[in-house]
Each structure stands twice: as C-alpha cells, then as structure tokens.
Design a protein around this ligand. Structure first.
Ligand SMILES: *[C@@H]1O[C@H](CO)[C@@H](O)[C@H](O)[C@H]1NC(C)=O
Ligand SMILES: *[C@@H]1O[C@H](CO)[C@@H](O)[C@H](O)[C@H]1NC(C)=O
Ligand SMILES: *[C@@H]1O[C@H](CO)[C@@H](O)[C@H](O)[C@H]1NC(C)=O
Ligand SMILES: *[C@@H]1O[C@H](CO)[C@@H](O)[C@H](O)[C@H]1NC(C)=O
Ligand SMILES: *[C@@H]1O[C@H](CO)[C@@H](O)[C@H](O)[C@H]1NC(C)=O
Length: 374
C-alpha cells in the first residue's frame, strides 16, 4: 500500500511538481510569478518551471542555442518578460519565441548573437521592449521587426552595426526610444525614421559617421523634429578630409544634396511628428552663384558697338532714361549684396552653410525650397 502510494505520488510529483528548481528562486510580486535562475550553469530552458511564470530571468548561464518552440515546450506560455543576459547565446532559431503571446519584454543583451531572423517575433505582437545591446550584430535588414507595432524601446548599443538597411524599422509606429550608440555606422538611409512617428529619444552617438548627403538630411530632420542632441556629441568626417566636425556644423545643404533635401525632407517630416503648428516653407538662396555683372556682361557683348550707338542715341534724347538705368543697376547690386550678406548670419542650430542660406523674406525668390505642410 505504502509502495503504491509512493509510486503514485512520485508520478504525480514529476508531472505536476512546480516546486522551484535548485539554483532558482521563485517568488510572487505585484501579482506576477517571478523565477530567477541566474548563474546556474543551465544549458537550456528548464522544463520544470511553473507554467504560470510571468517573469523569467535566466541570465549568466551557458545556453548556446535557443531552439524552436523552446519556451512553449517548457509550458511557459504565460511569460511576459524574459531576461537572458550574458548567457553565451550564439544562435536563436526563428521559432524560438513562438506561442509567447503575452511577451512584453525581452532582454538578450551581452550575448554572441549575430543574426536576427526577420520572422523571429512574428508571434509576439505585444512586445514593448527588446534589448540586443552588446551583441556582434552587423546589419539590420528590411522589415526586420514588422510585427512589432507596440514596440516602444529598441536597444542596439555596443553592437557591431555597420549597415542599417532601408525599411529596417518599418511599422514600428509606437517606438519611442531607439539606441544605436557605439556601433560602426557611417551612414543611414535617409528615410530610416519615417515610420517612427512617436520617437522622442534617439541615441546615435559614438559612430564613425561620414558627412554624406543622407546624414545631412537626417541632421535636418532631427533638428526639425526636436530630436537633435545639441551637446555636440554627434560628429562626422568628410570622405575628402579627416577633420571631425559636429553634425550641426555640416554643410547641411550641399550642392549634391539639394534634390535629396527637396525630395525627402518633406516626405519624412510629413510622416513624422514635426513640431510646427502650421504650414512652413524653408527657402534657401544659393549664394555661390555668379550673379550677372551688369557692366561686364555688356562689355563682353558682341553687340557693343550697337549698344554704344544706342546709348549715344539715348543720351541724345536726354538723361531721363539713363538715370532710370542707373537706378535699376543700383537696385540689382543691392540685391546681390544682400544674398552674400546672409552667409554671415551663422547661428547655433540654424540650417545653412557657406554657399546656401536660409532666407526669411516672404517675397524673395529662392533657389531651393522645402515645404512642410501640416
Ligand atoms: C502564480 O502561480 C500560481 C501557481 O503556482 C497560480 O495559481 C497563480 O495564478 C499565478 N499567478 C499569476 C499572476 O499568474
Ligand atoms: C525552426 O522552425 C522553422 C519554421 O518555423 C524552420 O524553418 C526551421 O528549419 C526550424 N529549425 C530547426 C533547427 O528545426
Ligand atoms: C540593455 O541592456 C544593457 C546591458 O545589459 C543595459 O545597460 C541597458 O540599460 C539595457 N537597455 C534598456 C533600454 O533597458
Ligand atoms: C548633454 O550633456 C549633459 C551633461 O553632459 C547630459 O546630462 C545630458 O543628458 C546631455 N543631453 C543629451 C541630449 O544627450
Ligand atoms: C549654386 O551656384 C553655383 C554657381 O553658379 C553652381 O555651380 C551650383 O550648382 C549652385 N548650386 C545649386 C544647388 O544650384
């Protein structure tokens, strides 16, 4: 009788025992069941955990591979937070997080992950925070996180990112915080932040930025969206010269960039969250253009004898028309002078460079204009 009882109890307890495993600590706090199995030499996700576990921390173990359905097969379908820091993870199969419908936070920081499968999170629509910091990830591919419409925080600091491709952040309409600090980024696609309408916290520091057209356009966008870190920590170098300069001192409207500015600033600002209350048009004047020299132009003209004759004719008719011409010439030189003057109006955070300047007069004809309609 006793033996039968023991056998029955034994079977019962192996199937239904959710006592806390050795090396783990289980607790309940704020109506959440927490299980912490840190530094436990675990090689895989334990299969004897309480299936009602909401928060699982298995940091500091030696889990090299996260296999398909590993959490679901361990019965852990109620997980809301998984912390897997510093667990020597190298590979995450695409179906690892399948079935975790309630997952909100995922911390995979300080592992050896190189690739993120684009379908990795296709079952985790409630995810709000993903931390990949400290992993040797080199690139983010298009449509990488497209199911994560609730994602608010994405952390890639201290990774090895060299390439963030266009549409890498597509659909992340709730993203508020994006950290790309301390990577190997030299440029970004100019539409990269188009989807990120809610973003208000962006860290791009400590990257070897090149002062190229995309970075120039992004600098303008960030200024306009109020996301620019004006501490001067964002720097870049031109391909042609080694000097390190601050983003706000870049040639924002570079000749090569002009059409990019026209085409993309408007588009991106429109889809973002600019801080303007009304429709705004930025107008720029190209101040390097060689304005026609009234006199030299005429002097070089093959029609000089005719003009001389004409002038003589005018003179013979009296000085009235002549005076008008002089007056006209004076107005024109004044206009030229004005164009050149505005290059000296450099201010902190303003958007112009040596050969372009932002003009604020309503009626002046501009060379480049960027319109932001709301
Ligand atoms: C915590 O786990 C116990 C079983 O051990 C379960 O009865 C309870 O409902 C769980 N709490 C939550 C918030 O899931
Ligand atoms: C994991 O699952 C995906 C499909 O969800 C499949 O393509 C892949 O081969 C699986 N990996 C392994 C190692 O079974
Ligand atoms: C991500 O993880 C790193 C290292 O564990 C930590 O320093 C950082 O604060 C985390 N990021 C967020 C957003 O919690
Ligand atoms: C600017 O620098 C100060 C002090 O170094 C720091 O407290 C602040 O957070 C920085 N601002 C930004 C936007 O990084
Ligand atoms: C500005 O003017 C200079 C001189 O005419 C010209 O070479 C340059 O292409 C102009 N830039 C733009 C963007 O129109």
């Amino acid at each position: 009788m006793m033996v039968v009882f023991l056998v029955v109890f034994g079977i019962f307890s192996t199937v239904y025992a959710f006592d806390c495993p050795d090396n783990c600590k289980c607790s309940t706090a704020a109506h959440k069941n927490l299980t912490v199995c840190q530094e436990g030499d675990l090689r895989s996700i334990p299969r004897t955990l309480n299936p009602y576990t909401n928060h699982l921390d298995i940091s500091g173990n030696v889990i090299e591979n996260l296999e398909n359905r590993t959490f679901v097969e361990a019965g852990l379908i109620n997980l809301q937070a998984i912390v897997l820091k510093s667990s020597t993870i190298r590979r995450i199969e695409q179906g690892t997080f399948v079935g975790l419908k309630w997952l909100i936070e995922l911390d995979l920081s300080n592992n050896f992950i190189e690739n993120i499968h684009p379908l990795l999170f296709s079952d985790n629509k409630l995810l709000e925070m993903v931390n990949f910091s400290g992993n040797p990830i080199t690139r983010l591919v298009p449509y990488q996180f497209t199911t994560l419409q609730n994602l608010r925080t994405l952390d890639f600091r201290n990774c090895a990112l060299e390439n963030v491709e266009e549409e890498a952040f597509s659909n992340l309409v709730s993203l508020q915080t994006l950290c790309l600090k301390n990577n190997k980024l030299t440029t970004l696609p100019k539409n990269i932040f188009t989807w990120l309408k809610q973003m208000h916290n962006l860290d791009l520091d400590e990257n070897p930025w090149q002062c190229d057209c995309n970075v120039q356009v992004i600098a303008i966008l960030l200024l306009i969206r109020g996301l620019y870190n004006s501490n001067g920590t964002l720097t870049c170098t031109y391909a042609t010269k080694p000097t390190i300069i601050r983003w706000q001192d870049m040639d924002h409207i570079h000749n090569d960039c002009e059409h990019h500015v026209q085409a993309h600033v408007k588009e991106t600002i429109m889809s973002g969250s600019p801080r303007f209350g009304k429709s705004t048009v930025f107008k720029y004047m190209n101040t390097t253009r060689r304005l026609p020299r009234y006199s030299s132009h005429i002097l070089q003209s093959p029609f000089l004898p005719w003009i001389a004759a004409f002038l003589a004719l005018i003179t013979s008719y009296g000085c009235v028309i002549c005076i008008c011409n002089i007056y006209k010439y004076r107005i024109q030189t004044n206009t030229h002078k004005k164009n050149y003057e505005c290059t000296n109006k450099r201010e902190e955070n303003s958007i112009y460079r040596d050969d372009f300047c932002l003009i604020d007069e309503e009626n002046t004809t501009s060379d480049v204009s960027v319109s932001i309609d709301l």
